[in-house]
Design a protein around this ligand. Structure first.
Ligand code: FAD
Ligand code: DLZ
Ligand code: SF4
Length: 464
């Protein structure tokens, strides 16, 4: 029998509202999904990230089947796993005798370039649709960017507030100001008690995936277990609701704070679910806004949270596609040092770096200020090769896909793009870390010293 069209769904496209699904017909078209070697190895992904992506993909395939779709799913532990997305699609087209493929645009240049070979190589009629899970399309971003000399997130963000109507009183921002960033920089007290993210017990599907990851990727970075991420839409929604009820109220005050042994504080740990498609970014923002409107969360928290999603998240995506294929090889400062071994082992006397890397190894997670002001600042002032730094970040975080990771690393953190994204490099001495954390009190180095042998390396490198 000749089938209708093939609908390829990639590992970070796990949304029921995906444009390719909306365009397809469950009676005729066939969905193809696959765990393929090229995607699993383009960097040495953290073990928890691999398990998260594969288990969420398998659960989404089940969700689609339950909704009446025919889904052809190729797991990595089938007898002959597919080497690439191209092989997966070629096999499906041949077996199912289909000549047409629909796909929602992928999140990175590498995959886009691969898909663009299929009409010639595989003799397929390929339709690529916009990813309308993002609020700002490529065309909208280009229109906003126009011929502006410099693009700054703050103005983009105001535009997005107006466009979505989030936290708006008519034409004016709720509370009278667009941005409450100044109220989001409280240093932490000695102890902060937070509920932390919702943890979910692995089910049978996840347990199979954990076995697969253990067997196929034993030497990858990171602890696979305990594995507690949500892998279904329902559980991701429960994690969202828990964040809004328990942590959002204090998110703003302690957004920049860092405490030894506290990986999550009041952060949402929702980025991984939003990026993979289990949560809808605008829906999460509307629920946060409702918490402000009902008096359950203050404006500095809700504005700060919404700014990250409709502001930063959309803005960095716009920059990624605008800047082009060579973005990840930019190196404005011509920095060439290799990544030190302790980025993988966590074995360094710098207590702040050791804490962030240990937490990254355990959880595939660090919050924004840990990524930016600890490992990021260290890499910048130590002159590490930005491409190696980019590959590290892309590998080690469960929420990392190139469209969002690269602008944050190459642009915001390493200034390797020479200022396409940020107005200045985020360089800082140890004083910043000392103000915003309790790391320095347990460190072999002295944060007060600049030149002595036991001087904090952040100080010596910064003043150098
Ligand atoms: P929260 O602190 O609770 O923030 C809420 C949400 O806002 C996040 O879930 C995310 O969706 C969004 N957000 C916040 N900051 C940013 C930002 N700068 N860019 C885009 N979205 C943002 N984010 C990723 O999603 N993937 C990455 O690979 C990634 N790499 C980063 C690398 C560096 C060097 C830096 C400085 C930042 C990086 N970020 C990345 C941005 C940010 O650190 C993470 O989104 C955030 O830490 C995720 O944790 P959370 O869900 O608890 O976020
Ligand atoms: C991240 C990832 C991983 C680890 N594995 C797969 C996979 O086996 N199959 C797949 O379709 N997608 C995977 N992904 C997500 C893709 O890498 C992602 O779609 C691209 O990076 C584009 O954002
Ligand atoms: Fe980090 Fe320097 Fe503080 Fe040690 S003294 S924890 S190296 S900032």
């Amino acid at each position: 029998m000749v089938t209708g069209r093939l609908v390829l769904i990639l590992g970070d496209q796990l949304s029921a509202s995906l444009s390719s699904l909306k365009a397809a017909d469950p009676k005729r078209d066939v969905i193809i999904m696959g765990e393929v070697a090229s995607e699993a190895t383009y960097v040495g992904h953290h073990k928890k990230k691999l398990a998260f992506v594969f288990s969420a993909m398998r659960h989404f395939a089940e969700e689609l089947r339950a909704a009446g779709w025919r889904v052809e799913y190729a797991p990595l532990d089938r007898p002959k796993p597919f080497a690439s997305l191209t092989d997966l699609v070629a096999d499906a087209a041949k077996r199912l005798k289909s000549k047409k493929l629909v796909v929602t645009e992928p999140g990175e240049w590498r995959v886009l370039d691969e898909i663009e070979t299929w009409s010639d190589r595989l003799n397929l009629d390929v339709t690529m649709l916009d990813d309308d899970r993002f609020l700002c399309s490529h065309a909208d971003f280009e229109e906003w960017a126009g011929d502006k000399k410099s693009l700054r997130m703050e103005y983009f963000y105001r535009e997005m507030r107006r466009r979505t109507g989030l936290l708006m009183d008519g034409d004016e921002p709720a509370g009278g100001a667009w941005n409450y960033d100044q109220e989001n920089r409280k240093p932490p007290p000695a102890k902060l008690v937070s509920a932390g993210p919702l943890g979910v017990e692995p089910d049978d599907i996840t347990r199979d995936v954990l076995k697969l990851v253990n067997k196929r990727f034993p030497d990858n970075f990171g602890d696979l277990e305990p594995f507690w991420f949500a892998v279904t839409r329902q559980d991701a929604e429960a994690a969202r609701d828990r964040f809004i009820a328990d942590s959002l109220p204090r998110f703003g005050d302690y957004q920049d704070a860092m405490l030894r042994g506290e990986a999550f504080l009041y952060h949402s740990i929702l980025g991984l679910y939003i990026n993979i498609g289990l949560l809808d970014p605008i829906d999460v923002c509307r629920r946060a806004e409702a918490a402000y409107q009902s008096g359950a969360a203050p404006l500095n928290s809700v504005e700060g949270f919404i700014r990250q999603i409709i502001g930063w998240r959309e803005y960095v995506r716009g920059i990624y596609w605008r800047e082009g294929r060579d973005y990840t090889s930019r190196n404005y400062f011509k920095a060439e040092r290799a990544l030190p071994e302790f980025f993988w082992t966590g074995q360094t006397k710098m207590a702040c770096v050791a804490a962030v890397i240990q937490q990254t190894r355990e959880e595939a997670y660090a919050h924004h200020i840990q990524r930016l002001m600890v490992t990021g600042v260290f890499a910048l002032i130590a002159g590490l090769d930005p491409h190696a730094v980019h590959e590290w970040y892309l590998a080690v975080y469960a929420d990392a896909y190139e469209w969002v990771e690269a602008p944050n690393v190459i642009g915001m953190s390493q200034f390797a793009d020479g200022g396409a994204l940020a107005s200045k490099p985020y360089a800082a001495s140890g004083a910043y870390i000392n103000r915003m954390s309790n790391y320095c009190s347990g460190c072999a180095y002295s944060v007060k010293k600049r030149t002595e042998p036991d001087a904090c390396p952040f100080n010596s490198l910064y003043w150098d």
